[in-house]
Design a protein around this ligand. Sequence first.
Ligand SMILES: [Zn+2]
Length: 193
Amino acid sequence: MYRSNHNGHNGHRNGHAQHFLSDVYISEDAFWSLSLAAVETFRKECFGFLVGYQGKDKWILQRAIPHQTAQRSYSWVAPHAPARQRIEGAMKSLFLGEHTIGWFHSHPERGGEIAVPEVSDQDLDISKPGEVILIMGIHSRRKRVGWRQNADGTVSGTLGNYHLVVAAYMKTETGRQRRLRVNCAYATGFNPE
Ligand SMILES: [Zn+2]
């Protein structure tokens, strides 16, 4: 969900050094699911679940499962709790050892405003402590750029007619957000266009 205003950033743009405590590693499969979900629903938000493993200070994102029964609009998505329970129940028999590690959604451009993949208060409210919150910022492509990992821990690049920025956060036990470093060797190495 979009934050209602773009003030109150978490300090990263004010010259503070970045301290990445944890990494998220995105598989090729998850990269495509995330990207195509954001492109499909553009200019509305997409929403879905992140499935994988949690290690010590790292998460392995194996799959991203779009949540088709989420109610969506241009600036918000309402998750459907029973759907999450059904998906988690089904996954127990499908994927040995994998579990839901968080959720994703997109922040599409609005009215020519660049999509900012930052956590809103609503995003934090609907997350559980320890969950990964992955946000895809998506806007119409201005020029083609290769996929790369940025200094702020995001991964970005263009795909077709869109520019995407993948950012990840974790909700801490105290309810705050902590930025994670996104790694996607598939995107930054292979450079899909
Ligand atoms: Zn959001």
